[in-house]
Design a protein around this ligand. Structure first.
Ligand code: PLP
Length: 482
């Protein structure tokens, strides 16, 4: 990221793009936001965008697309088989991710499904730096289990550790020896580890994981959905790569893995996904599953227009001015909130700002879902929609017991090149107000809990009339302002 110095001395993240297509937003009155919360069961996934002002639910499929991506969509070669668009995508994957063989899928979790079907059996254990919801669901769905092997530092909210996504190498070996290598179908490493605050791993750590994988003859699978951002932070934080470039770092990481997969909704600011490898053997093991679950091998369930957008988006992942925009806005917001003592994950990671609901809502017991409550409260007082990344996002264990999350986070995603700095400042302002009035936030309880991925469709209700009280205080302080 180019450092642009301001004469004023202020340190602001400057946008290195211009906005030429815009979408109107609505900031509806707080009374309507309260109704919307009840209608949506206090679950931000259940809100309608007509009631949402700033949609910070996710960066998945919501990054701004570039003029070149949109132009490429117009030249799509719509063919069921042998499409030239797919040839362009294969080339982009070769150039950017350095892998020869590509299997297209409709999104990241489809890749996870196929990999799990191919390799996970009852009794399998998949060690990983940390789980992602859908990755875990597909593994447990096939009878496997996961082991999360981060270092303790990863769970420290306010830290200056540059690589909280690193896998604990000693624990990895211990787990493999305990379980027996034959029961470990693969090791999964996730770039920019999503659920612990978008925190990266270092290239050195990935090399160490590779060495263990080689020692025990286990495949290494790399979730590349956020590899661009991980590579950007490697450039910033890992001495060896200080004078390197995005392409070199990305390919150094992917070369260490036997199999890479990704959600193109994140990686290439498009839709879709893919699995890529240099191994003909792995390719053969997975190939037949793609037409069965996704679509023919040259579109994999995606529209061909998306295939074109994905190819261009992959090349744009190498452009630091594209990749650095979201992390620099995140860093700005994290540091501003930190100055105001609002507990937030540090150092700033990628994909979003992560608020520590365990501290902010210390008065709410974990069984009343503090992160979910904080998400609902923030929406109520600002129209900002975030995502609960705490115990609601966890799945129950095999006996139906709650498994409480290690961290109760409210994630506010900052998709690439979508928001302006004044919108980010609005978020900062409303969060600071909410923090000062945090005692008014109360708990939640489920009144409808689906058995799988409950955070998507579940419905909850407040444990008291706290939303009304919070609204009353908001009106007292802001009057008729929305
Ligand atoms: C790290 C990671 N892996 C996998 C996925 C699943 O991808 P998708 O939403 O395209 O199914 C996501 C989605 O957010 C993700 O963040």
């Amino acid at each position: 990221m180019q450092e642009i110095k301001f004469y004023s001395g202020e340190n602001l993240p400057l946008e290195l793009h211009k906005t030429r297509i815009v979408q109107k937003l609505h900031l509806v009155p707080i009374e309507r936001r309260l109704e919307a919360l009840y209608e949506g069961g206090f679950n931000t996934f259940q809100l309608s965008t007509k009631d949402v002002f700033l949609d910070m639910l996710t960066d998945s499929g919501t990054n701004a697309m570039s003029d070149n991506q949109l132009a490429a969509m117009m030249q799509a070669d719509d063919a069921y088989a042998g499409s030239q668009s797919f040839i362009r995508l294969e080339k982009a994957v070769r150039d950017v991710l350095g892998k020869e063989l590509l299997l297209p899928v409709h999104q990241g979790r489809a890749a996870e499904n196929i990999i799990a079907i191919a390799y996970v059996r009852k009794g399998s254990l998949v060690p990983m730096n940390y789980h992602f919801t859908t990755a875990m669901a597909h593994i447990t769905d096939k009878g496997g289990q996961i082991a999360e092997l981060l270092y303790d530092e990863a769970y420290v909210i306010n830290s200056d550790h540059p690589f909280k996504g690193n896998m604990n190498i000693e624990k990895l070996e211990e787990v493999i020896i305990q379980k027996g290598a034959k029961n470990v179908p693969f090791i999964r490493m996730e770039a920019s580890t999503n659920l612990i605050g978008g925190q990266p791993f270092s290239v050195q750590n990935l090399r160490d994981v590779r060495a263990v994988a080689d020692k025990y003859g286990i495949r290494l699978v790399l979730d590349c959905s956020l590899i661009g951002e991980n590579a950007f932070l490697v450039l910033q934080r890992e001495e060896e790569f200080k004078n390197s470039d995005m392409g070199t770092v990305i390919r150094t990481m992917t070369a260490l893995a036997d199999l890479c997969y990704f959600s193109a909704r994140k990686l290439s600011s498009s839709r879709g996904g893919g699995i890529c490898t240099d191994s003909k053997e792995i390719f053969k093991e997975l190939e037949a599953l793609v037409p069965l679950y996704e679509g023919f091998l040259t579109y994999g369930g995606m529209s061909i227009r998306e295939v074109e957008a994905m190819a261009v988006g992959l090349y744009e992942t190498l452009d630091e001015t594209v990749i650095s925009q979201s992390p620099s806005f995140i860093k700005y917001l994290v540091e501003e909130l930190h100055k105001k003592q609002v507990p937030v994950i540090r150092p700033a990671g990628v994909l979003g700002v992560h608020l520590d609901a365990m501290q902010i809502c210390a008065h709410i017991p974990q069984k009343q879902y503090p992160a979910g409550a904080l998400a609902a409260a923030l929406f109520l007082i600002s129209g900002v929609r975030g995502m609960e990344r705490g115990s609601i996002s966890n799945q129950r264990d095999e006996y139906g017991n709650e498994t409480y999350a290690d961290m109760e986070l409210l994630r506010l995603a900052v998709p690439r090149r979508v928001f302006t700095l004044s919108q980010i400042k609005y978020v900062e302002d409303r969060l600071t107000w909410l923090y000062d009035n945090r005692e008014l936030i109360g708990g939640l309880k489920f009144n409808y809990e689906p058995p799988v991925l409950r955070f998507f469709m579940g419905k909850l209700e407040p444990t008291s009339d706290w939303p009304q009280k919070l609204m009353a205080k908001f009106k007292e302080d802001f009057g008729e302002s929305l």
